[in-house]
Design a protein around this ligand. Sequence first.
Ligand code: HPA
Ligand code: ZN
Length: 363
Amino acid sequence: MSFSDFVTELPKCEQHLHIEGTLTAERRWLCAQANNIEIPGVKSLEQLKGQYLTEYLYEEGQDATKYLQEFLEIYYASMNVLLTEDDFYHLALDYIKVAQAQNIRYLEAFFDPQAHTSRGVSLDTVMNGLLKAQGEASNYGVQLHWVLCILRDMSAESALETVRRAEPYKNKIIALGLDSDEHDNPPSKFQESFLMARKYGWKITSHCDVDQKNTHEHIRYAVTELGGKRLSPKQCELENPELYLTPQLESGADRIDHGMNIADKEELLQLVKKANLGLTLCPMGYQKHLGPQNVFPKVKKIHQFGIPITLNSDDPAYLVYSKTETILGVAEGCQFSFKEIYEFEKNAIKMAWTPDVDFKRKF
Ligand code: HPA
Ligand code: ZN
């Protein structure tokens, strides 16, 4: 069996995926038409597709440390076409179909409510659309759960208000995440929101994006302090706690999104290992900006240190690589074997936050 056939057929999980980062040119065009919104400089779908291909290409010599801010500018500007329940429903349903085509059976996806409420779209509109799609995901053989992300470049008050407003949906959301511009926006700024998330019974995660200012301190805080005391596995009433990756520190996040810079410091590698946390990596996105030589050796080092990692697509509409292409690209870049690729999907099952990962079901 070829490597490509093996990866294509492998049942997969995805746990680092921003649903707004899956907004294709086609869907953006349809929403723009339906909502009477002009896309600057674009008069046709063909033109928009061309923009997708050229806008987010990293050029040699560009300042690689700015890539996150530059990406986010495009990411937020593009989503202004999402206005109605139907828009959010179709956005999510489009990706559910993509997941089905890639044999992604289990998906924990982020959404960014503040990116919509700040434009006058209500949380109810966003949730109704996303939850409707979630309700239909099993028709496509996909188990889907939502992770609410707060935007770290907005205020701590706005984050807390968002988490408060999400209370009616607390049983329909599984975790609180933290994304957007990391520069001078440490996880500690949002401790109150994470404490509230714990009260809702949500899991906790934080982006610690690659090569950001103070990233090592952000990782340390997230691993050891974010969200205060967590529930013990017994209190969580997991049926088979041994099947899950159970965090071992009394407080801190349940997972780290990215966190690749732990490879720079032995003490952080030790800390994450001791905490028994997994990392959701998106290496094909980083290597576009940082160069493969600055990414693949670190991925390999973290894996060889015994820390569970998963491979994910992050924002596939913009970063181009799908989950399947990500696995293939990383396998080549790191010279990973079939067995190691299989292991990453097993890690993903252990890192899952719900007990419904069911790979035996036939679709
Ligand atoms: N990093 C931070 N914020 C984000 C990302 C990301 O990769 N994608 C969407 N929001
Ligand atoms: Zn991300």
